[in-house]
Ligand binder design. Structure first.
Ligand code: HAM
Length: 422
């Protein structure tokens, strides 16, 4: 019997994992400077919270959720994204009672039953941030600048920040009517989903992935022509703030996002090096969601980045060396092997990666192994070394070798004393 991972779901292994860890540690460092604290939210939630927030007519809710009944018959969904769980958590724990703003980040796997293709998976990882409590565009500008700094910090420079405002409850009805007028004559040519969306939520037609619908929406009215004065002001202030922070962006009036909860600011970061799935990060404002989840009126904004797509881009030009053992301890005989294990523990306590000989192998094959795993030093311990209290060492990177007293090993590694050949 041969098993393999499910379609669209992948294992992440060394050496790629080092790129993942680099992104994660850089994110952690940057988030700390902006005051974003970590929350760990569950992978499964009650299905309602996603339907209610992401929207019944979205692709995610209509087609892509991993939903199943639990043993008590409750409908459970494996999270397709992190914003809805974060808002549920914020409201459930009354975090709105703490001083505003409250800024959080989370990371982990998300699940969408999409057709797998390059850069599109059924299980994929996001790092997301959500900031609650500030309605002013200063917060929008701050998190977009933070995202810029994060992407630059991990070495991703050739990305494009696309920006739009999708209005609010006040300006939506006007825009909705403009869309209805535009699509009325095209209705019978739209896909069955969009024909339904026409009635329920015409904005969603702008996000349909069917080729024919993409053609038919050419020339559709753009939301920015229908913004109310408050949304227009918010958007203008945001763009001027971004300019003052030197964040380069392009305006994309067709950017509507695939989730219903957004209000006003919407943005996506795209790369031309990724093919069709070119968004590496995306987000926006969702000023109504906390209230819809039973909390007070509370503005909020966030984004999430797609780890797989970011790692794919970073891999193209990755030059950093992957971690390798500092020392391999080659031993001959049982006594030496036991001593080697003791020395290995001491070196590890001092903070280095050590690989010992687990027994059996000839010296030749141990040396080959040390080379293969990329160890910097090999220490060789045999019967003679045990008697003399000295070991043989080799620096595989510099092709140097010599002899050193066992008690000095640590000093050599920590002080980085230069060896000289005897
Ligand atoms: P989203 O645009 O659905 O937004 O996803 C954010 C990012 O996750 C995308 O830009 C992409 O990089 C990655 N992503 C999405 N689907 C897949 C997939 N099937 N395979 C690989 N990567 C994928 C959200 O999820 C919102 N919750 C973001 C947000 C946070 N808005 C406000 N706060």
């Amino acid at each position: 019997m041969k098993y393999s991972a499910l379609k669209g779901i992948q294992d992440i292994l060394p050496p790629d994992i080092y790129i993942w860890q680099k992104v994660e540690s850089t994110a952690l460092e940057i988030f700390r400077k902006y005051g974003f604290q970590e929350i760990r939210i569950p992978i499964i939630e009650s299905t309602d919270i996603f339907i209610r927030s992401i929207g019944e007519t979205t692709d995610i809710v209509e087609k892509e959720m991993y939903t199943f009944p639990d043993k008590a018959g409750r409908s459970i969904t494996m999270r397709p994204e992190g914003t809805a769980p974060a808002v549920r958590c914020y409201v459930e724990h009354h975090l709105y009672n703490l001083s505003s703003p409250q800024k959080f980040f989370y990371s982990g796997p998300m699940f969408r039953y999409e057709r797998p293709q390059k850069g599109r998976f059924r299980q994929f990882y996001q790092i997301g941030v959500e900031a609650f409590g500030v309605s002013q565009p200063s917060m929008d500008a701050e998190i977009i600048a933070m995202l810029r700094n994060l992407l630059e910090g991990i070495g991703l420079k050739e990305v494009n920040f696309e920006l739009n405002s999708i209005g609010c409850d006040k300006c939506r009805p006007d825009y909705r009517n403009a869309l209805l007028d535009f699509f009325r004559s095209r209705l019978s040519d739209l896909c069955p989903d969009c024909q339904r969306r026409y009635e329920l939520n015409p904005l969603r037609i702008l996000d349909c992935k069917v080729e024919r619908c993409i053609e038919l929406r050419q020339g559709a009215p753009v939301v920015t022509d229908h913004l109310c004065s408050e949304c227009r002001e918010h958007f203008d202030e945001l763009t001027s703030r971004l300019q003052s922070l030197n964040v380069r962006y392009t305006l994309n009036p067709n950017l509507v996002r695939g989730l219903d909860y957004y209000t006003r600011t919407a943005f996506e970061v795209t790369s031309e090096h990724l093919g069709a799935q070119k968004a590496v990060a995306a987000g926006g404002r969702y000023d109504k969601l906390v209230e819809e989840f039973g909390g007070p009126q509370m503005p909020a904004i966030g984004f999430a980045l797609g780890m797989e797509r970011i790692v794919t881009l970073l891999k193209e030009n990755w030059t950093e060396e992957h971690p390798a053992p500092k020392v391999f301890i080659a031993t001959m005989g049982r006594e030496a092997e036991i001593e080697g294990f003791k020395i290995a523990e001491d070196i590890r306590t001092a903070g280095f990666w050590v690989e010992p000989n687990y027994g059996g192998a000839s010296l030749k094959s141990q040396l080959r192994k040390a080379d293969r795993i990329g160890a910097e030093f090999v220490f060789i311990i045999g019967e003679n070394e045990l008697k003399s209290g000295k070991i043989q060492w080799k620096n595989l990177k510099k092709s140097e070798q010599g002899e050193i007293e066992i008690k000095n090993i640590l000093a050599i590694l920590t002080d980085n004393i230069q060896f000289s050949n005897p």
